[in-house]
Write a protein that binds this ligand. Structure first.
Ligand SMILES: Nc1ncnc2c1ncn2[C@@H]1O[C@H](COP(=O)(O)OP(=O)(O)OP(=O)(O)O)[C@@H](O)[C@H]1O
Length: 330
């Protein structure tokens, strides 16, 4: 399979209370175009940091080493390209984001603010820095976030509480697909249908607080895919939901990814959930990639003791089979 992006020797360090935290330590992996990749590990293992690094959403104060290199652009299967919505949990609203340069190549310890396009720094901006226009991109360059959709754990903090959800989705379409308001609202309605919100016409006018947690997450997913991204990153997108709703959201993500031909990076601490959705699983521990393989291999024949422990811990807690032995079962 063609690689969509290659991550090489990626390390990320945060600074907190004067102390440096090494969140990622030399992680290398490729994400193939069209695959469903899960990244699992315990709390603090660096999963979110990896997701944010891929999306170019790391704090400007973080120190980044290594590279993230995007390969040639695969054919888009959905609507015209556009800038995608960044649903920023830090800001509690849908913001319009830009990605960093796809080829992020920074010396270890160099501030990420020196990246060609600034990462998250209080608010997302599409400004280029450091004379990015003069650079000759060697690879496909994702523009203004249009190529990555991001779904965060908590839909309550990723949606604007005082804006009807239809408008939140339509805003994305209007701004970035060049549609007028009626076209944008029609698109929002179609997206609400696609994420199976009951009565999409009425749902257009509802506010987030009028929806259940699962419904809010459906809206957040609709907004994340409104621009037709080629890569969808779901960061613990089901963790705040009860088990039944979790399964529904996993099924929804699986269907949308298949329908739109997206690549999926699914972040989860739950190996069972990951196994239901992903074709490959990457296991992070203390910021290091300890194992990467086909889902069936990871589940049935894990090589690393840590992966075995994750699997066995799950088996101890839940008698349900982790995998239907046929791969993703949704
Ligand atoms: N903004 C930040 N400032 C300082 N340290 C951070 C920051 N974000 C994360 N860290 C630290 O970096 C490490 C990796 O965190 P990260 O959130 O990537 O892990 P995770 O596997 O996603 O955890 P969880 O499942 O709990 O979300 C942890 O030690 C965490 O405390």
């Amino acid at each position: 399979m063609t690689a969509l992006l290659s991550i090489r020797d990626l390390s990320v360090r945060y600074r907190r209370d004067g102390v440096e935290v090494a969140a990622l330590k030399g992680v290398s992996l490729e994400v193939a175009a069209g695959e469903r990749l899960a990244i699992i590990g315990e709390s603090g293992s660096g999963k979110s940091t990896l997701a944010l690094a891929i999306a170019g959403l790391l704090l400007a104060s973080s120190k980044i080493g290594g590279s993230i290199e995007w390969q040639s652009q695969p054919p888009r299967s959905v609507t015209p390209p556009s800038v995608l919505p960044d649903i920023s949990p830090a800001r509690g609203e849908i913001a319009l984001s830009s990605l960093p340069s796809p080829t992020v190549n920074v010396a270890e310890g160099e501030p990420s603010a020196k990246l060609p396009i600034s990462p998250l720094a209080g608010e997302m901006s599409g400004r280029t820095e450091g004379g990015a226009k003069d650079r000759q991109p060697l690879h496909f360059q994702p523009v203004g976030g249009r190529d990555i959709g991001f779904v965060f754990q908590d839909p309550s903090s990723s949606l604007d509480p005082v804006m009807p959800v239809g408008k939140q989705i339509a805003e994305v379409a209007r701004t970035h697909l060049g549609l007028d308001w009626s076209q944008s609202l029609a698109r929002a309605k179609t997206l609400l249908e696609r994420v199976r919100l009951p009565d999409p016409d009425a749902a257009l006018h509802t506010y987030p607080h009028q929806l259940s947690g699962g419904q809010k997450q459906r809206v957040a997913i609709a907004a994340a895919i409104a621009a037709g991204p080629k890569l969808l990153i779901a960061d613990e997108a089901t963790s705040a939901l009860d088990t039944i709703v979790q399964a529904e959201i996993v099924a929804l993500i699986h269907r949308l990814v298949a329908e739109d031909g997206m690549t999926l990076v699914f972040i989860s601490h739950d190996i069972a959930l990951a196994a239901r959705l992903a074709e490959r699983i990457a296991v992070l521990r203390h910021g290091e990639l300890v194992e990467l393989g086909a889902t069936a291999e990871i589940i049935n024949a894990p090589r690393h003791a840590y992966t075995r422990a994750l699997r066995d811990a799950h088996l101890d807690l839940d008698a349900e089979p982790l995998l239907d032995r046929q791969g993703a079962s949704v």
